[in-house]
Write a protein that binds this ligand. Structure first.
Ligand SMILES: [Zn+2]
Length: 477
């Protein structure tokens, strides 16, 4: 509806009320708030009317007169942003923690999640639970298991490699597994590192047939330009893209193909580590600017999005989790996980590896360069991997993206409208507009002035349901 008609209609409503005030039955009204839409930016003095699970009207607060019979929340001096997405989580990584994760996400205003790999029957429980309880559970999009190749990395062999992936001996087994996942209604698919080029092609063909997005790590048997040209929709952690950003790229690929024959019969996890150890830093120390430009322009042209997981890398390289403030942030975890994490952290030495720091710094610079080349990002964390606290870590990731070169509004987009676009929900989710789902966060401070203010959460609105500070505190106690 255009603005003139809208104003006219409002006037009619006004005129129809005896006392010239507006009344909305069974509604929740946030009055006179600073609205931050991720596309339009800050719009001060807005009155947002929520009914059921939707935003039904937005007014300029100065132009209306609300009846005191309404259910009104005063937004004076406060800020309203859309509920946030964490676009990279793993419910299945620490099964003891999994059942506490939904409340932690909600507590931190993360109202939508993209689970990037775990056994289908396990992650689907979280998706179904959210579908049944949209007013108190964050929506969950799932990939099911990582689709790996003949050698399987996340096969459950140890604590650092729980079961997240499935092995696919050949193309026909992969085809069957994908068809099964499609029948179980997964929301996207995830390609993993041990896929062969032929398997990767099968995966891309099937995903197009079923209209599903594919995210992944660049398979070690391929180069990033080929996978992008074949239509991979997004890449997690920049994984293996550096191998194609050096003049050594052809030589490195040849070496990988030979090592992937796996003559010494290593496990999937060991084989992958061996390849990373041999090639990652060799690439980083031999980067070539024309190769970088070629890769980045290909990703940009093909609209291959990136989920850089900067905080994850930073945590590993700089051992942020050893500092006091970080350790205090673990207090929000359930007791058993908190104790287990602190124990593990204690065992890790303070020594920092120069190589890991160089890699982390490179990834941050790469975000800036890609951003300048119009590549889109989603904020994703990989929680609970890397001692990343579910929920809190998403705020930390947005901060990293901001520090890497996105302005505060662009950083907010990576956790609101961008993931909505990714799942084709951009007309109903991720903005503050009429007819959008009322997944919202009320903040005490302006995140456009300082992105860390996304943590100043006063209340969360999930599917139109107002959850105040007391409620949020109660669910993590
Ligand atoms: Zn992951």
């Amino acid at each position: 509806m255009n603005k003139k008609i809208l104003t006219l209609l409002s006037l009619l409503v006004l005129a129809s009320c005896q006392d010239n005030t507006l009344f909305f039955e069974e509604s929740f009204i946030i009055d006179n708030i600073n609205l931050i839409d991720p596309i339009e930016g800050l719009i001060p003095n807005q009155t947002v009317v929520i009914k059921g699970n939707k935003i039904i009207e937005i007014y300029n607060s100065k132009e209306i007169n609300l009846s005191q019979k309404n259910n009104i929340y005063s937004g004076d001096e406060k800020y309203l942003i859309p509920g946030l997405w964490d676009a990279h989580i793993h419910f299945a990584f620490e099964k003891d923690l999994a059942s506490s994760m939904p409340n932690l996400f909600l507590y931190y205003g993360i109202t939508s999640l993209r689970d990037t790999g775990g056994p289908i029957e396990f992650v689907d429980q979280f998706k179904q639970n959210a579908l049944k309880n949209p007013k108190t559970k964050s929506r969950v999009k799932i990939a099911g298991p990582l689709l790996d190749g003949k050698y399987n990395v996340y096969d459950g062999s140890d604590i650092t490699h729980p079961v997240l992936s499935i092995k696919n001996i050949d193309e026909s087994q992969l085809k069957k597994n994908i068809e099964d996942l499609v029948d179980l209604k997964v929301d996207f698919l995830k390609a993993y590192e041990m896929l062969s080029p032929k398997q990767f092609k099968v995966l891309m063909d099937l995903s197009k047939k079923h209209n599903l997005k594919v995210t992944g790590h660049v398979p070690l048997s391929m180069d990033v330009i080929s996978v992008s040209n074949l239509g991979l929709n997004s890449i997690e952690h920049f994984r293996n893209i550096e191998l194609s950003m050096t003049n050594l790229d052809q030589e490195l690929l040849k070496e990988r193909l030979s090592l992937l024959k796996n003559k010494s019969s290593l496990s999937g996890a060991k084989l992958r580590s061996k390849l990373h150890d041999k090639q990652r830093m060799r690439s980083i120390y031999n980067l070539d600017s024309s190769k970088i430009k070629e890769v980045v322009s290909t990703l940009s042209k093909n609209n291959t999005w990136q989920i850089p997981t900067l905080k994850l890398y930073k945590n590993f390289a700089y051992k942020n989790y050893k500092n006091q403030e970080y350790l205090r942030s673990l207090d929000i975890l359930p007791e058993t996980s908190k104790i287990a994490w602190k124990k593990r952290i204690n065992k890790i030495s303070l020594d920092q590896s120069k190589q890991m720091k160089d890699y982390t710094d490179w990834s941050k610079n790469m975000v800036k360069f890609m951003h300048e080349n119009d590549i889109k990002f989603m904020a994703g964390t990989d929680t609970p991997i890397g001692f990343l606290v579910p929920g809190l870590s998403l705020h930390q990731e947005i901060q990293e993206l901001n520090e890497a070169g996105l302005n505060t509004l662009e950083a907010l987009q990576t956790a609101t409208i961008n993931p909505s676009i990714y799942f084709n929900l951009q007309d109903s989710l991720g903005r503050i507009k009429n007819n959008y789902v009322a997944d919202l966060i009320i903040l005490a401070k302006n995140p456009l002035e300082d992105i860390r203010n996304t943590k100043s959460i006063l209340a969360v609105i999930k599917d139109g349901n107002y959850l105040d500070r007391n409620y949020l505190d109660s669910i993590v106690r």
